[in-house]
Design a protein around this ligand. Structure first.
Ligand code: ADP
Ligand code: MG
Ligand code: MG
Length: 534
């Protein structure tokens, strides 16, 4: 490895280790200073007063609403109940009986100290549901009634409290302009069609991210405007632990930037070919396939077809979990419609996509078949190792030839791949939904409920001191295209694209890095702090 690469890697590793509070700029408190409440009037008057968005969905909003409820004797138990329900969700099936019974005794029985009248009517049905199947959504009806109660009087009172004023102050910071000065930049991680991906760190919080920069001249020359905006809007809408999250968008003179979840474990292509033999151990194949399956399910539930499944688009994080990335080709279908268009990467496109037909989620289940095949065999289906046939030859094979299986495939793996690589989309596994795929014997050791909430331990952990990507000098840098002139019409796209912070992600960043805890203080004995005094 060359010295330049070694230096770039060690700087990145050091930043990662200091990630969180240690990576903050010495001016971090100044960057995140609350504006005085008197300067927040306009936002307070215009913000949508929607309980679900303000008190459930937005992480800082939820925290402040809970702090408000905890400050009130008559509301404390509701929040304790909410906490108990959340902790119930994270318990294994075995523990759920005990924990669930505990919750019922603490909150649902009329004689108990913390009894909550608004949910008491569900006591019998909860006892029964827990008895029958502890992995079911036992307290579903309670949750609904809890929120419908809190969204009434308590929500009204919250909006008159200092906790809500503080929320507005956080929202003011959230809306400050985002520029490249908000980030430190580290090494180049990868290159794609329109530009580069760099490791970066937020100066105010120390959080590490990956910044995907789309070169403006390249986007214009190759008519990528709709594609860039599409990727941004889909990423912003999706909230899944199996899909890369978008935290910020901003622009520089030359680029449109998307700041994404940092996936420091590299892509699966790198693991299959540069670390694997090639190929991956069975346990890893099964785990990654199951997580991809959950990710596809989340996308399909929002009527999004991904269309670009292949190893280099599946990324690993530092704990060993995967996320689907690169949603440039994803498409959101409006009610009941199907997708069309020959879109994807040669060698991974489903037969119906190649045939110019209309298609739905089936195209992604084909992709999962290709992925499982490639992770297992160390080469994609219908190709020998290192072979790169021309695209029409590859398309002929996909339409007419049957893939072969060697001894590395277990019976289950072979059966699953065969079912996912059925040429007729109507007969393909997955055509009846993700549950059909999850139920395949290949996944018999996977608990999908636990996997879906991130509680299954990955079989392989990445080494925090290693950088899982090619050396910097082996990734070509991007140059601008000459002769492309940017004008006002381009400005319209940039305006739509660059919307700054994505609230859910930025608020999580504030909480995870501890900035929220350190800054969100009030006066002594529950009084207002000076920035909140009218
Ligand atoms: P393109 O749409 O141009 O193909 P990608 O989104 O696939 O661009 O990014 C190109 C490469 O950059 C990926 O193959 C991967 O190696 C790296 N990369 C992309 N996103 C991330 C991320 N969130 N974390 C770490 N590396 C990433
Ligand atoms: Mg890509
Ligand atoms: Mg792309």
């Amino acid at each position: 490895m060359e010295i330049e690469s070694m230096v770039a890697n060690s700087v990145l590793v050091r930043a990662r280790e200091g990630g969180g509070s240690k990576g903050r700029s010495w001016k971090w408190k100044e960057m995140l200073r609350f504006p005085h409440i008197s300067q927040c009037k306009e936002l307070a008057n215009t913000i949508e007063r929607d309980y679900y968005s303000l008190c459930v969905q937005q992480p800082i909003g939820k925290k402040l609403f809970q702090l408000f409820c905890r400050s009130r004797h008559d509301l404390q138990n509701y929040i304790s109940f909410q906490d108990a329900l959340e902790s119930f969700e994270t318990k294994s099936d075995a523990e759920r009986r005990v924990v669930g019974t505990n919750i019922i005794q603490r909150f649902l029985l009329s004689q108990s100290l913390q009894s909550l009248p608004v949910v008491q009517s569900h006591v019998q049905s909860c006892i029964q549901a827990l008895e029958m199947d502890p992995s079911a959504d036992v307290f579903c009806a309670c949750k609904k009634d809890l929120h419908s109660y809190l969204s009434g009087q308590p929500f009204m009172q919250y909006q008159k409290s200092m906790f809500f004023d503080r929320f507005i102050q956080w929202k003011m910071i959230e809306r400050q302009p985002v520029t490249k000065q908000c980030f430190r930049q580290y090494r180049l991680l990868g290159k794609g069609g329109f530009g580069e991906v760099w490791a970066c760190q937020v100066r105010s919080s120390g959080m590490m991210y990956a910044c995907k920069k789309l070169n403006k001249t390249h986007v214009k020359k190759r008519r990528g405007e709709a594609m860039a905006l599409n990727e941004k809007e889909i990423l912003e809408a999706v909230d899944s632990r199996f899909v890369v999250n978008l935290a910020y968008t901003y622009e520089t003179k030359n680029a449109l930037c998307m700041v994404l979840t940092m996936m420091s474990g590299g892509d699966l292509r790198f693991h299959i070919y540069n670390i694997g033999s090639p190929g991956l151990e069975r346990e890893r194949v099964c785990f990654y396939a199951a997580e991809v399956c959950c990710g596809l399910n989340h996308l399909h539930q929002m009527s999004i077809i991904y269309r670009d499944l292949k190893p280099e688009n599946i990324l690993l994080d530092d704990k060993g979990h995967i996320r689907i990335s690169d949603l440039g080709l994803a498409v959101r279908l409006s009610n009941g419609k199907l997708a069309h268009g020959r879109v994807g990467t040669t060698g991974y496109m489903a037969p119906e996509v190649i045939r110019h037909e209309h298609y739905g989620a089936s195209a992604d289940w084909w992709g999962l078949g290709c992925l499982i095949y490639e992770m297992t065999a160390g080469r994609p289906p219908l190709r020998t190792r290192g072979e790169h046939p021309k695209s029409d030859e590859m398309e002929r094979r996909i339409r007419y030839e049957k893939e072969e299986y060697t001894k590395v495939f277990s019976n289950e793996a072979k059966d699953l791949c065969t079912s996912l690589l059925i040429k007729d989309p109507k007969k393909r596994l997955g055509s009846q939904g993700a549950s059909e795929v999850k139920a395949h014997p290949f996944f018999k050791n996977i608990n999908f409920r636990m996997l879906d909430i991130g509680l299954v331990e990955p079989p392989f952990k990445t080494d925090p001191r290693q950088v899982y990507c090619s050396d910097v000098q082996d990734i070509e840098e991007f140059s601008s295209v000459k002769g492309v002139v940017l004008d006002e019409t381009d400005g319209e796209l940039y305006f739509k694209f660059c919307t700054g912070r994505v609230p859910r992600m930025w608020q999580n960043e504030m909480i995870e890095t501890g900035c929220f805890m350190e800054l969100n203080t009030f006066g002594p004995m529950g009084t207002r702090s000076p920035d909140l005094e009218y």
